[in-house]
Design a protein. Structure first.
Length: 255
């Protein structure tokens, strides 16, 4: 079942003087199946962050359609987008974006308060998330009392508390040490196996190797996609590295 579909999505940024146009996305079309874990890779300026911002309803497309659960979010009004984002999309940031004045538990439950959810029911769901994310002992602590890996696990719980259709992750392991990074990626895999749909942007071939599919973005276009298939993680990692080296060689040749 397709849970996300992008159809010929363009995003053009225009300078203040309207004399320069930057094509951040240039006709992107792709799909995400329910329960699939997909990584997006590309150099800085390739359009990765723009893509996530459009999917999260933080920005508007210049052209094209984005369907989530068969609803075209591009056609929604701003108030509808804000509500849809809270109800159907979870977002994990590289820098965690937790509020230091709130406990971990209150940070996690904040989206429920904004959406006026039944907190009693959400606290029950939080217990399930605590077990999956191993944060049972962290709920009463404040972000500044937590390690980077612990903060990111709390941030993931916050992104999942409203049970979103899609979890968007922007370089989720980028600010973590290698051990915490691997633990986080294993958690994402565990969430995917439980049926969570995940779209992750990353520069790291190692992080991408945890996904089931990797889409390579260049100059606002998807130029290649590869699937893990029956490969183990090491083999898939080597395939990703090979694809990146081939692309780098082509770029050098064109230069």
């Amino acid at each position: 079942m397709t849970i996300l579909a992008l159809e010929n999505v363009h995003k053009v940024y225009t300078s203040r003087l309207k004399s320069q146009h930057t094509h951040a996305l240039d006709g992107v079309s792709m799909e995400l199946e329910k329960g699939e874990f997909v990584a997006i890779m590309g150099e800085s300026g390739s359009g990765k962050s723009t893509l996530l911002n459009l999917l999260a309803c933080f920005d508007d497309t210049s052209e094209g359609a984005i369907y989530i659960q068969d609803k075209n979010i591009v056609a929604m009004k701003e108030e509808e987008k804000a509500l849809y984002r809270r109800e159907h999309i979870g977002f994990v940031f590289q820098d965690f974006s937790l509020l230091d004045s709130l406990s971990a538990e209150d940070n996690i439950l904040l989206p429920c308060i904004l959406s006026q959810k039944d907190l009693k029911e959400k606290r029950k769901y939080l217990q399930k998330l605590c077990h999956t994310l191993h944060i049972e002992d962290l709920l009463k602590r404040f972000p500044y009392e937590l390690s980077g890996g612990q903060q990111q696990r709390v941030a993931i719980a916050r992104a999942l508390i409203n049970e979103p259709d899609i979890l968007l992750a922007d370089e989720p392991s980028g600010a973590l040490d290698s051990k915490s990074s691997m633990q986080l990626l294993e958690l994402l895999c565990a969430l995917q196996k439980q049926g969570q749909s995940i779209l992750m942007v990353t520069h790291s071939p190692l992080a991408a190797s945890y996904a089931q599919r990797v889409a390579f973005l260049k100059d606002g276009k998807i130029i290649q996609e590869i699937y893990s298939g029956e490969d183990n993680r090491e083999t898939f990692y080597n395939r990703i590295v090979h694809m990146l080296s081939v692309q780098e060689s082509r770029d050098l040749h064109e230069y």
